[in-house]
Design a protein around this ligand. Structure first.
Ligand SMILES: *Cc1c(COP(=O)(O)O)cnc(C)c1O
Length: 375
């Protein structure tokens, strides 16, 4: 069994994908082919945002946003304590200080109350200037943007929406990548919209930031890439990946629907199982189900994970370690903030096989898991 059924997905789209890839190979326009700008227009329309700027991966996408805003030494950037490393990694990469913030115990997303506490502490200390809130749409569910926007307005901060896992999610009818002042996503193969290698994108409604992002991603280009007006990076989405994504984007809404059916199956099948807490999606929110993540009793989680693996079920732990415990951030000065929720859930979470083509896998997984937990 695959954790995310990518082989099945390829089987279903094989004819279309092979044709799209074949065309790129024939035209030999491997970098900046017309498929890239077409895809950017399609992605912007899908997300409901004016500009989409594709790039090499979701980590670069986050860093490009911080570069466009000129975030650097002396600036504080608020990042959830429970997320993938990239969300925090890009902050010291531009010379700024990451301030980690605890998450909500039911949605796993940044806790707006604790966010405001952290901002106040940074202001009281007076060492750093609060600049950006990185809000992560973890496991596919958008963060609490109504509350986060209020806080951002109150303290005059930018919201950087990290929708690497959240593409395809919604609050009401508004789609992920439209909530941040700048938003980013990743096309890593296992993300909700994945390509066949690395890829990413940045979204914004702001014309000036869009122009800066287009410059930074290609060596800080001015008129062209041989006229260099700032220090940038080399971060492009290649034409092959764009062609593959054009095919997959056509089927994406159907996939979000199918993933939600798989999630609904799990919710029902696991609701009665002892010891299992199923994930919570807020009223009015739609998840794109990058992960289906349950909570187990801390002292049994690793044992249940091993038993599942023995039976051929590839369960995974996302994430084992809070950001504030990662050695890479270790020598940074930090404030005495409360991380009790992240500390707890890191000991309890388990992600199960999930994806639009995973209904059969979910049935098998839920059956075996219920047996393990009920005996
Ligand atoms: C995957 C991921 C990223 C980084 O994306 P890459 O394309 O792998 O660089 C950033 N943030 C989160 C929350 C992610 O899950």
């Amino acid at each position: 069994m695959e954790f995310r059924n990518l082989k099945k997905q390829y089987e279903v789209y094989k004819r279309e994908i092979d044709a799209a890839v074949g065309k790129v190979l024939q035209d030999a326009n491997f970098i900046s082919g017309s498929q890239v700008s077409e895809l950017e227009a399609e992605l912007a329309e899908y997300a409901g945002v004016k500009h989409c700027i594709t790039c090499a991966n979701g980590t670069d996408a986050l860093q490009l946003a911080l570069m466009a805003w000129e975030i650097g030494p002396g600036d504080a950037v608020f990042v959830p304590d429970f997320t993938f490393f990239s969300s925090g990694e890009v902050v010291p990469a531009v010379g700024a200080v990451p301030v980690f913030v605890d998450v909500e115990k039911d949605t796993y997303n940044i806790d707006p109350l604790k966010l405001e506490e952290a901002i106040r502490k940074v202001l009281e200390e007076g060492k750093w200037t609060p600049k950006v809130i990185v809000a992560v749409d973890l496991f596919g569910q958008p963060a609490d943007y109504p509350a986060i926007r209020e806080i951002a307005d109150r303290y005059q901060l930018f919201i950087l929406e990290d929708a690497a896992q959240g593409f395809g999610g919604r609050i009401g009818n508004k789609r992920a990548c439209s909530f941040g002042d700048i938003a980013t996503t990743s096309f890593f193969p296992a993300k909700p919209l994945g390509c066949y290698g690395d890829g990413g994108a940045v979204f914004t409604d702001d014309d000036q930031w869009a122009e800066l992002l287009r410059s930074y991603r290609i060596h800080g280009k001015g008129r062209d890439k041989y006229d260099n007006v700032r220090i940038g990076m080399n971060s492009r989405l290649d034409t092959l990946q764009a062609a593959i994504l054009q095919v997959k984007l056509k089927h994406f809404e159907d996939e979000i629907g199918a993933a939600n059916q798989v999630a609904a199956y799990y919710q029902k099948a696991l609701a009665e199982a002892e010891q299992i807490e199923v994930p919570v999606v807020k009223e009015g929110y739609t998840s794109s189900w990058a992960q289906y993540t349950i909570k187990l009793p801390a002292q049994k989680r690793d044992m249940i994970c091993s038993l599942l693996k023995e039976k051929g079920i590839p369960a995974m732990i996302y994430y084992l370690k809070p950001m504030h415990c990662q050695k890479a951030f270790g020598d940074m000065e930090r404030l005495a903030l409360d991380y009790s929720v992240t500390d707890d859930i890191c000991n309890r979470v388990l992600s199960l096989p999930m994806g639009p083509f995973g209904m059969e896998d979910a049935k098998q997984t839920a059956g075996i898991l219920a047996d393990i937990c009920n005996c």
